[in-house]
Design a protein around this ligand. Structure first.
Ligand code: CAA
Length: 444
């Protein structure tokens, strides 16, 4: 059978921007370096008063359909991944299909629609569902539309407030894709965890420090299982390694862990040993605490080696470029990390076709997944058409008072005027509630 994967992507950023290193840091009395260097974030994209998960998802999907010259009958499946849903019954995909039907001839009545929930990993799960549907031959020549859309807002004053974000990415999954083909091999790391959850509440309850450890534990578990599916996994096998990026500082931690794990027992470990010794082995220690302390020391040395720094600069850092400017997009986060990498390769004039990516997805609660992707011949043509840099540049830069006002607009417990800061143009907008509490949308 031919390869299956992502044929094209389109991105829609929230139209507002909160600058973390100036506006937010000033208000909080924090050192801007905490955001720029520590978390690795410069700004968050936020939704204007007329934006939500439906408008951003529909806007990204419309761009994708226009660019790929698709009609509704070409799409056999619409899956929306989100952890910002506002309805426990009616899926967001029906709203997005309804929006698209306002602007296209035809309809999506024969497309299967659903909504995927498993925190941030749901976007990747939806990709996998689409892959499996096509692999099973049930698509009958049609493609799947996967939309990952979130308004990642935290309660004001929560430690997570600096990692907010809002945006959507629409991905077309098809046979013989132009962008990347997905590997059938996958590794999972999954456990019942309470690191981050929203038990019927809008804003998350987060155990921030623990969430970092759970992310690392599950990702290592997923990586170990992925290794059992393939002959070998070495960090230099992959042109880029996009990870779920709640904030770039998190990826700094997981990249070091992954590098240490995958070079263990390889000639690279021997080569590094000249400078920093071999990695500690648990059998050499009487107790676990002593072993862990030795591992921490080793990792402190490892991160400063030229080999690690060069690898990180080439294969990890470029995946973080968009995230630094838009914050956490939850379900879309790992997918914009992939786009960041491909934009980097495109602007550097690299020929990536046939190269591999290793993609590490994560959702709190908690589950990680790793799979590989092969970059396809048409990748440059797809990537060069993206407008995300212009969208980022065009955002309205909020003052702190404006930020508080827009946060209140999106807070379900507050009833405040829906004052907007930008003027929508050629996009779907939220247009109030209908008689059954349903949300209504129109194209302006
Ligand atoms: N200069 C340079 N660096 C500085 C600094 C300064 N002046 N001040 C602080 N830093 C560094 C800190 O050392 C720290 O880095 P390290 O972890 O590498 O040591 C980093 O900046 C952050 O500082 P704090 O730990 O003090 O920040 P915090 O406690 O205010 O918040 C957080 C951090 C707990 C992650 C918080 O942002 C949070 O709760 N975020 C939401 C949860 C989250 O994103 N978890 C990630 C894993 S879960 C997941 O991935 C799912 C998801 O999408 C939510």
């Amino acid at each position: 059978m031919s390869s299956i994967g992502i044929d094209a992507v389109e991105i829609w950023s929230g139209n507002l921007e909160l600058d973390l290193t100036t506006t937010f840091a000033d208000e909080k009395g924090d050192d801007p370096e905490k955001y720029a260097k520590g978390l690795g974030l410069h700004a968050s994209s936020l939704p204007d008063a007329y934006e939500d998960i439906v408008t951003m998802g529909a806007n990204a999907a419309q761009r994708l359909m226009d660019r790929k010259e698709l009609a509704p009958e070409d799409v056999g499946r619409i899956d929306v991944a989100t952890e910002s849903s506002f309805d426990n019954s009616k899926p967001v995909s029906t709203y997005i299909a309804g929006c698209l039907e306002q602007v296209y001839d035809g309809d999506f009545h024969h497309a299967n629609k659903g909504e995927r929930k498993f925190a941030c990993i749901a976007g990747t799960q939806s990709l996998n569902d689409a892959y499996n549907w096509i692999r099973a031959g049930r698509n009958r020549g049609r493609a799947a539309l996967v939309v990952a859309t979130d308004t990642a807002l935290y309660a004001r004053g929560d430690a997570g407030e600096a990692t907010q974000g809002a945006g959507a990415i629409a991905m077309l999954v098809d046979e013989d894709p132009s962008l990347v083909a997905l590997s059938p091999e996958q590794g999972y790391g999954s456990a019942d965890e309470t690191d981050f959850l929203k038990p019927n509440q809008q804003f998350p309850s987060v155990d921030g420090k623990r969430s970092i450890q759970v992310y690392l534990d599950r990702m290592l578990e997923a990586g170990q299982q992925f290794e059992t599916q393939t002959s070998s996994v070495h960090p230099t096998d992959f042109a880029y390694i996009p990870f779920h990026t709640p904030f770039p500082g998190m990826v700094r931690k997981v990249a070091l862990l992954g590098f240490r794990h995958t070079v263990r027992g390889t000639p690279m470990e021997e080569h590094l040993a000249d400078d920093i010794g071999l990695q500690p082995r648990e059998t050499e220690f009487d107790d676990r605490d002593a072993y862990e302390a030795a591992i921490r020391d080793y990792m402190d040395d490892l991160r400063q080696t030229d080999e690690y720094e060069g690898w990180y600069a080439d294969r990890i850092e470029p995946t973080l470029a968009l995230s630094r400017k838009v914050g956490n997009w939850y379900t879309g986060s790992v997918h914009i990390a992939r786009v960041s990498a491909l934009l980097d390769a495109y602007s550097a004039g690299k020929d990536l076709a046939g190269d591999h990516l290793l993609v590490g997805s994560y959702g709190s609660g908690a589950q990680a997944e790793m799979h590989a992707e092969t970059v396809m011949d048409g990748w440059q043509n797809e990537i060069r058409q993206l407008t995300i840099d212009d969208q980022i540049a065009d955002r309205h830069d909020l003052s702190f008072e404006e930020y508080e006002a827009i946060h209140d607009v999106h807070n379900y417990d507050k009833d405040v005027p829906r004052t907007r800061f930008t003027t929508p143009s050629s996009e779907f907008v939220f247009d109030g509630w209908g008689p059954m509490g349903e949300r209504q949308y129109r194209f302006v």
